[in-house]
Design a protein around this ligand. Sequence first.
Ligand code: AQP
Length: 343
Amino acid sequence: MAGDERKRAKRRVFSGIQPSGDVQLGNYLGAIKGWVERQDAKENYFCIVDLHAITTPQKPEELRRQTRSLAAMLFAAGLDPEKCTVFIQSHVTAHAEGCWALNCVTPVGWLERMTQYKDKISRQESVATGLLDYPVLMAADILLYDADEVPVGDDQRQHVELTRDIAQRFNHLYGDTFKVPEAVIPEAGARVMGLDDPTVKMSKSYAHIRGHAVNLLDEPKEIERSFKRAVTDSGNDIRFSDDPEKAGVNNLLGVYKAITGRSREEVEADFAGARGYGDLKARVAEAVIEELRPLRERHHRLMNDVGELDRLLAVGAEQAGAVSENKLKEVKRRMGLVIPGEQ
Ligand code: AQP
């Protein structure tokens, strides 16, 4: 049996988030909110994946700021350091080493097929090797913890599938080593679309485009403005729909549903008496503002105590290092690398 799964009282969760920009509403509804809600029931590892962030160009000073700001946001959103191991990927060297080991069993063709890779290279003139290798580093992140579950938004489903393929291939080549994890996709909020273009998913890297994203640190007035500008259609029918023409309204209802936790029927009933899309936008904005208000305040307090923030991250790195180093040793042993002090 792979890893120490037999001894575990709770299912182990691993997930990551890139400090590649200011964290946006899709990251929150597709990932962070669910991490917080399920933290009591699971054994949790949450990683700020800075090594993933540098697969696309970053400004060093900005990256350092964004990394700490993201850490503060995870705690501000409600992750409890007593229940979750929260750490920075580059502080635990097993991740990069594990990636190298997995690189050596992963066919390049598997990586060239990844949708996110194809999408990102279409936006760049020069493509770094690290961008192609992004999903292998993600596989190392997950597999080094023998995670049972990987809670992610819909856009990361393909990478978790690839992680499963890599684990199975390694297990086939070297014997049962890795737990094969499952993706856990939220029922609501799995794919928040851009407010400026509801055919494109909301992304940190498009946040510079006016009206695209809601940044979790946006002031209430700014959030109101973003929703007011949100693209809808020329009708006035407020209901969930698969019709591409209604993608904007569908997205707004999806955001409201993810925040309130109500069913589709309840959400539609909430808007039954609404006076057109203006009303819809105002009420969705209000729900988002009230959800984010306490996060923004707690984030502000944490950013004013960077010493404490760094201390929490150091504790996380130590806990994560203990688990992942152990697994990495097992990987090296399996592959025939010499472990100091072992025969
Ligand atoms: N629009 C979204 N809707 C729902 N979930 C989303 N996630 C991202 N965008 C949406 C989920 O957020 C978690 C962290 O994502 P990430 O930072 O690791 O990378 P990403 O998926 O590439 O996110 P971005 O914001 O689009 O970043 P950039 O622009 O840097 O690539 C993941 O669970 C993801 O599914």
